[in-house]
Design a protein around this ligand. Structure first.
Ligand code: MGD
Ligand code: MGD
Ligand code: MO
Length: 761
C-alpha cells in the first residue's frame, strides 16, 4: 500500500495540506469501495465550529460549582491553559474530598477519532483511574441489548462480529441470505479504529452472480443496494415474523432435531410457546399477518425455502436498538439453530452485516498495540444509556442483568470523545439531567451542543494535528498517522491536557511514565512487536513506510469450531451450548424479558394506541452522509441538507395528505419534542414510515428553553429515554412515532455550528 496520509473510522486517505488545513482528500489506494464520508474532511481543521482555546462558563466562574438551569444558554470566558489546569485540578480534588470518587461520572461514551494512543476514551479512563476511580458505564449505544443477552445465550457477543462468517465464504456458499434490517451499504463505511478496504458490496455482487438470493425485511428499500426481494413489514415486528417462520419449520417437520439435541438447550420449552400450547396462541403466519402486514402465504413459502437452501439469517444491530431489543438477536439465533446450519460455510446466523465494516471481515491473528488502562478502584457503574436516569434519580434502585443496583450521586461529569447530544434519547430530559451536577467538563475539538452545555471546556486537537497510529481487529492494515499540520489555535491533544492535570494533582510521573506522545508510540509498538510470533519492522521503519500489513484468519464460519467439536469448544454459557431457553434469565423473573425469545408488543409502533396521535413511524438510523454527528459541517453532510436542515424522507402519499412537497421545511413532532427537517419525497419506503438519520447538531430555537424545538433536525428530541428491558437497559433510539406538518412560520436560522459568545478579559 503506498503511504496513506492518515486514517479515519471510515477509510485511509491521502491529502493535500495547505495553510494548516486539509485542502483536498483522496481515498488511499487499495480501497475497493471508498466512503463518501471522506468528503467531510477538507476544511475541517479550521472550521468555524472549532474550539480555539480553553473556556469556562461565566456563571460557573462567577458563582462556583453547583446545579443550574443555565447550561447551554450561558456565555463563556476565555482562560489560559494554566488557569484551566488550576481550576480543573482544584475542582476534581474538591469533588473527590467532599463526595468521593464515585461522585465523578467518567462514562464518557463516544467514538472520538481513530488513533490508538490519542484515543480519547483510553486517555480519560486511564487518567480517572489514577485519580482514584470514577463511576463508569457498561456496554454501548451500538449494542446495548446484544452485549448483555448474547453472552448469556451463546457465550459471547464480540466473536459474533469479530469472528463472523467471512464475506468470501458468503459469496461462495450462501444461497439465501435472509436479512432482518437489510444489509445497508452506507453503514459498512465504518469500523472503529479505522478501516482500509470495503469488501461488502463486491461480496454481494459475487453472491448474486452465483445465483444467490437476498431477502430484505426492512422499512427502507435501499437497505439493500441492487437486486433483492424486499419485504416491508410494520417496523418493530421482526421477532413476530421470525416466530411465524419458526412455526412453519416446527409444524412441517423442517426442524433439524439432531442439531438442536447436540448443540442447544431448551428448544422444547420454546416450541411449546411457538405452538401456543400454554397461551393458546399459535405463532403462525396467520397470527402474524395482521401484526406485521405481510401475507401469511409469503412467510410460509419463505420458511420452506429457508429449510431447503444454504441459508444465512442475519439480524442488523438496529433491531436491538428498540424496546425489547434483546429478542431479535436471540430469536434470529434460534431460527438459525432450528435450520441446523450454524457453523456450516455460508449458513447459520450473522449479526451486523450491513451495520459495520466488521462482520464478514477476517480478524487479525494478533492483537494491536494499546495504551495500558489499569484498574478502576470504584465499582459503581450504570448501563451506558441510563445517564439521564442516573443524574435525575440519585440513590434510587434499578434492575440490570440480574442485579439490583443503585444510582450514585454524581457531582462531576467528565466527557472526552463523545457527544450525548448526538447519542442520547429525549434531549429535553437530558438537558434537565445535565442541570443537576455541580460541574461538567468536556474535551472537544468542536463546539458541539455538549461542549456548549459544559462548565469547563477543554479544546482538543483533531487526529490530524498529532502523531498516532491505528488499525482495527478486522482490518489487515496498521497505519501510521503523522501530524499533517500544527495544532489549530490554542488546542492541545488530550494526552497533554491530562499530563498537565496529573502533574498538578501529584501523579504526573505515573501517568506519563516520563514519555512524550511520540515516545509512547515507539514504546507501545516495541512492547507489542516483542510479543508477536512473527517478525515486523522496527518502529522507525514502520513510521517511515507508513503502514504495515498484518496476518489475518481468513475463511471463518461463525461457530465453525463449536460445530466441529462442541465438547472441546463448548460455549461460555452455563450449558456450554446455545441457550434457546436460559434458566438464568428465567430466574430473574423479569416481566419484560422471559427465559426464551418471545414477542412483546413494542411501545413505539404503528400497531399500538400511541399511533392514533402519532401516525408515522420514524426510523432514526445512521446517517449516510457522516459518522454520527462528526463533521456535520463538512461538504458531504452539508450537501445532503435541505434549506440547511437534515433531510427527512417521506413517502409521496404521506406528504400529499399533508400538503408537503419536496424541498419543504417540515415540523416533526410528538409529545416529547419537535424539530424542523427538510422534506425529501421518496417512494422507497413504507407509506407510514419516515426516515430522519441521527447526527444533525442539536440547535434549539431558544437556548434557554430546555423544551425548545430543534431547528436543525436532531431526531433525539423526539425519541423515548427508556431501556430495552430490565435485563440489558440498552438504548432504544432507533424507533419513534411522530406526526409531521408543513412548517409555515418564519424560518429560524441554523446556528448549530456557530460558537457561543466568548468573553475575553
Ligand atoms: N436516535 C438514535 N440515537 C442514536 C443511535 C440511533 O440509531 N438512533 N445510534 C447510537 C449509536 S449506535 C452510537 S455509537 C452513538 C454515537 O454517539 P457518539 O459516539 O457520542 O457520537 P460522535 O458524533 O461520534 O461523537 C464523538 C465526538 O468526539 C469528538 N472527537 C473526535 N476526536 C476527538 C479527540 O481526539 N478528542 C476529543 N476529546 N474528542 C474528539 C468529535 O468531535 C465528536 O463530537 O449514537 C447513538 N444514538
Ligand atoms: N455512514 C454511517 N455508517 C455507520 C454509522 C454512521 O454514523 N454513519 N454508525 C456506525 C455505528 S456506531 C453503528 S452501531 C452501526 C449501526 O448499525 P445499524 O444499527 O444496523 O444501523 P441503522 O442505520 O440504524 O439501521 C440499519 C437499517 O435497519 C432498518 N430498520 C430499522 N428498524 C427496523 C425494523 O424494525 N425492522 C427491520 N426489518 N429493519 C429496521 C433501517 O431501515 C435501517 O436503515 O452503524 C455504523 N455505520
Ligand atoms: Mo454505534
Amino acid at each position: 500500500m503506498p503511504r496513506p496520509a492518515s486514517l479515519t473510522h471510515w477509510g485511509a486517505f491521502t491529502a493535500d495540506v495547505r495553510d494548516g488545513d486539509l485542502a483536498s482528500v483522496s481515498p488511499a489506494e487499495g480501497d475497493a469501495d471508498p466512503s463518501p464520508l471522506l468528503g467531510n474532511l477538507p476544511g475541517s481543521i479550521r472550521h468555524r465550529s472549532r474550539i480555539t482555546g480553553p473556556a469556562v462558563r461565566r456563571g460557573w466562574l462567577e458563582h462556583g460549582p453547583g446545579p443550574t438551569d443555565v447550561r447551554g444558554a450561558d456565555e463563556f470566558v476565555a482562560v489560559s491553559w494554566d488557569e484551566l489546569t488550576e481550576l480543573l485540578a482544584d475542582e476534581l480534588s474538591r469533588v473527590v474530598d467532599a463526595h468521593g470518587n464515585e461522585a465523578i461520572y467518567g462514562g464518557s461514551y463516544g467514538w472520538a477519532s481513530a488513533g490508538r494512543f490519542h484515543h480519547a476514551q483510553s486517555q480519560v479512563h486511564r487518567f480517572l483511574k489514577m485519580l482514584g476511580g470514577y463511576t463508569f458505564s457498561r456496554h454501548s449505544y451500538s449494542l446495548g441489548a446484544t452485549g448483555v443477552i448474547m453472552p448469556r445465550v451463546v457465550g459471547t457477543h464480540d466473536d459474533l462480529f469479530k469472528r463472523s462468517t467471512d464475506w468470501n465464504v458468503i459469496a461462495a456458499h450462501t444461497d439465501l441470505m435472509v436479512c432482518f434490517g437489510g444489509v445497508a451499504m452506507k453503514n459498512t463505511a465504518i469500523n472503529h479504529g479505522g478501516t482500509t478496504a470495503h469488501p461488502a458490496r463486491d461480496a454481494l455482487r459475487r453472491l448474486r452472480e452465483r445465483g444467490g438470493r437476498i431477502v430484505s425485511f426492512s422499512p427502507l428499500r435501499d437497505d439493500v443496494d441492487g437486486d433483492c426481494e424486499w419485504l416491508a413489514p410494520v417496523p418493530g415486528t421482526d421477532v413476530a415474523i421470525m416466530l411465524a417462520l419458526a412455526y412453519v419449520l416446527a409444524t412441517e417437520s423442517l426442524v433439524d432435531r439432531a442439531f438442536l439435541d447436540r448443540y442447544c438447550t431448551g428448544y422444547d420449552r420454546f416450541e411449546r410457546y411457538v405452538l401456543g400450547l400454554d397461551d393458546g396462541v399459535p405463532k403462525s403466519p396467520e397470527w402474524v399477518e395482521p401484526i406485521c402486514g405481510l401475507p401469511a402465504d409469503q412467510l410460509t413459502e419463505l420458511a420452506r425455502r429457508m429449510a431447503s437452501s444454504r441459508t444465512l439469517v442475519t439480524v442488523s444491530w438496529s433491531l436491538q436498538r428498540v424496546r425489547h431489543g434483546e429478542q431479535a438477536p436471540w430469536m434470529g439465533l434460534t431460527l438459525a439453530a432450528m435450520l441446523g446450519q450454524i457453523g456450516f460455510p455460508g449458513g447459520g446466523f450473522g449479526h451486523g452485516y450491513g451495520s459495520m465494516n466488521e462482520p464478514g471481515l477476517p480478524p487479525l491473528r494478533c492483537r494491536l498495540p494499546a495504551l495500558p488502562q489499569g484498574l478502576n478502584p470504584v465499582r459503581s457503574f450504570i448501563p451506558v444509556a441510563a445517564v439521564s436516569d442516573m443524574l435525575l434519580h440519585p440513590g434510587e434502585p434499578f434492575d440490570f442483568n440480574g442485579l439490583r443496583l443503585t444510582y450514585p450521586d454524581i457531582r462531576l461529569v467528565y466527557w472526552a470523545g463523545g457527544n450525548p447530544f448526538h447519542h442520547h434519547q429525549d434531549i429535553p430530559r437530558l438537558r434537565r439531567a445535565l442541570g443537576r451536577p455541580d460541574t461538567i467538563v468536556v474535551h472537544e475539538p468542536y463546539w458541539t451542543a455538549m461542549a456548549k452545555h459544559a462548565d469547563i471546556v477543554v479544546p482538543s486537537t483533531t487526529a490530524y494535528e498529532r502523531e498516532d497510529f491505528s488499525g482495527s481487529r478486522n482490518d489487515p492494515m496498521f497505519v501510521a498517522m503523522p501530524a499533517l499540520t500544527e495544532p489549530y489555535a490554542d488546542a492541545r491533544d488530550d494526552y497533554a491536557t491530562f499530563s498537565a492535570l496529573a502533574h498538578r494533582l501529584g501523579f504526573g510521573e505515573q501517568f506519563t511514565e516520563g514519555r512524550t506522545a511520540r515516545q509512547w508510540l515507539a514504546h507501545l509498538y516495541e512492547k507489542w512487536s516483542a510479543e508477536l510470533d512473527f517478525d515486523v519492522p522496527t518502529f522507525e521503519e514502520f513510521w517511515s513506510t507508513g503502514s504495515l500489513r498484518l496476518p489475518t484468519e481468513d475463511g471463518l464460519s461463525l461457530l465453525g469450531d463449536f460445530r466441529a467439536d462442541p465438547v472441546a469448544n463448548r460455549l461460555g454459557t452455563p450449558s456450554g451450548r446455545i441457550e434457546i431457553f436460559s434458566a438464568d434469565i428465567d430466574g430473574f423473573g423479569y416481566d419484560d424479558c422471559a427465559g426464551h425469545p418471545r414477542w412483546y408488543e413494542p411501545q413505539e409502533w404503528l400497531g399500538g394506541a400511541r399511533a392514533a396521535d402519532h401516525p408515522l413511524h420514524l426510523v432514526a438510523n445512521q446517517p449516510s452522509s457522516r459518522l454520527h454527528g462528526q463533521l456535520d459541517g463538512g461538504a458531504t453532510s452539508q450537501a445532503s441538507k435541505v434549506q440547511g436542515r437534515e433531510p427527512i424522507r417521506i413517502h409521496p402519499e404521506a406528504a400529499d395528505r399533508r400538503g408537503i412537497v419536496d424541498g419543504d421545511v417540515v415540523r416533526v413532532f410528538n409529545d416529547r419534542g419537535a424539530c424542523l427537517a427538510g422534506a425529501v419525497l421518496d417512494d422507497r419506503l413504507r407509506p407510514d414510515v419516515v426516515q430522519l438519520p441521527t447526527g444533525a447538531w442539536y440547535d434549539p430555537a431558544d437556548a434557554a428553553d430546555v423544551d425548545a424545538m430543534c431547528v436543525h433536525g436532531n431526531p433525539n428530541v423526539l425519541t423515548a429515554d427508556v431501556g430495552t428491558s430490565s435485563l440489558a437497559q440498552g438504548c432504544t433510539g432507533a424507533h419513534v412515532l411522530v406526526e409531521i406538518e408543513k412548517f409555515t412560520g418564519t424560518l429560524p436560522p441554523v446556528r448549530a455550528h456557530e460558537p457561543p459568545v466568548i468573553l475575553h478579559r
